[in-house]
Design a protein around this ligand. Structure first.
Ligand SMILES: Nc1ncnc2c1ncn2[C@@H]1O[C@H](COP(=O)(O)OP(=O)(O)OP(=O)(O)O)[C@@H](O)[C@H]1O
Length: 314
């Protein structure tokens, strides 16, 4: 279990992280979402024991990261932002060094290095100085060191940053495959990643935790949740008829692609009503869809309103 209680970080009068409390259980992948400067990396650094909180506590597998730093660090694998490492070393030298620091014996270290090199497809760059690697390979070396000792807890700050689409896919698969028996926290700006790997997400803005929910619960907060959208030849002609149907709150036509969206009143289920109407009107339509909700819209809703309301953080 990871458990933070009123975790705070202040720099002078500026509050970077403001009383954040949450728990993460084994088997969960918690996504940390938030705009630039929200406090995600600062929170992760405090949980990983790399930055002392101004106040509040963080416990990892029962170990307080301040009071029992070695025990806590032993169970944590941490990928910091930017994946810093020793640039003059090759990946294999760096991984041997990390294995040594982690106290792995020679045989176990070799076995683990083989495993992580295979998982992160590092074979082709093993003998090349890390400084000369591309951003994506540097990131993969960073991930390799984080998982080398097969830790119970993984704290990964933007693990797919800088990776190409194929690698993003691979790394998301890797995170999912490790999720079953580990506790994983990842930060990301990519909302599709939340769907791809996270079982739960917290949204942070201006240092405050503003939401803690499953991706589906977050989507249910979207005005698009339960909306029905479709493409047809002449959407403007249909608008008035659709607007009069029971349960319909609004009908909108996208200015760019002409797609028509019918929004429900609270609690109304529209799919059948809309499809019956279209058939009765003999409308030639395509791509009739029930919408789950849009995370990007919910993210904007949650992260922009408080910013405007509360003004600057202090
Ligand atoms: N050492 C420091 N001194 C002063 N302010 C700092 C320091 N480190 C971080 N901050 C500020 O704390 C705030 C939170 O930073 P943090 O890096 O945690 O944000 P983030 O959510 O990870 O952002 P991003 O998505 O851009 O990586 C930012 O406004 C940052 O400028």
């Amino acid at each position: 279990m990871i458990e933070t209680q009123s975790l705070c970080k202040r720099y002078g009068a500026f509050t970077a992280v403001d009383a954040i409390s949450f728990k993460v259980a084994p088997g969960e992948v918690l996504g940390f979402l938030g705009p630039n400067g929200a406090g995600k990396s600062t929170s992760m650094k405090m949980i990983a024991g790399f930055l002392a909180p101004t106040s509040g506590t963080a416990k990892v597998c029962g170990f307080d990261v301040l009071e029992q730093p070695l025990e806590a660090k032993r169970v944590i694998g941490y990928l910091p932002e930017g994946a810093p490492s020793y640039g003059e070393m090759t990946p294999v030298e760096f991984l041997r060094f990390v294995g040594d620091v982690r106290g792995l014996d020679a045989a176990k270290c070799r076995k683990r290095i083989d495993d992580v090199v295979g998982r992160l497809q590092l074979e082709s760059v093993l003998q090349q100085p890390i400084d000369t690697l591309s951003k994506g390979f540097k990131r993969r070396v960073g991930l390799a060191q984080a998982i080398l000792h097969d830790p119970q807890v993984l704290i990964l700050d933007e693990p797919t940053d800088g990776l190409d689409p194929n690698q993003k896919h691979e790394v998301r698969g890797l995170i999912r495959s490790m999720a079953r028996d580990k506790i994983i926290v990842i930060s990301t700006h990519i909302l599709e990643e939340v769907h791809a790997v996270c079982t739960r997400a917290v949204i942070i803005a201006q240092g405050k935790l503003l939401a803690d929910a499953t991706p589906a619960e977050l989507e249910a907060r979207s005005r698009y949740h339960g909306a029905v959208s479709l493409t047809c030849e002449n959407p403007a002609v249909l608008r008035e008829g659709l607007q009069r149907l029971p349960g319909v709150a609004a009908v909108e036509i996208d200015a760019q692609d002409g797609r028509l969206t019918v929004f429900p009143r609270p609690g109304a289920a529209l799919f059948e009503t809309v499809s019956d109407f279209l058939r009765a009107q003999k409308v030639d339509f395509s791509e009739l869809q029930w919408e789950q909700g849009r995370l990007d819209e919910v993210f904007r809703q949650i992260t922009t309103v408080p910013a405007q309301r509360e003004g600057a953080r202090a």
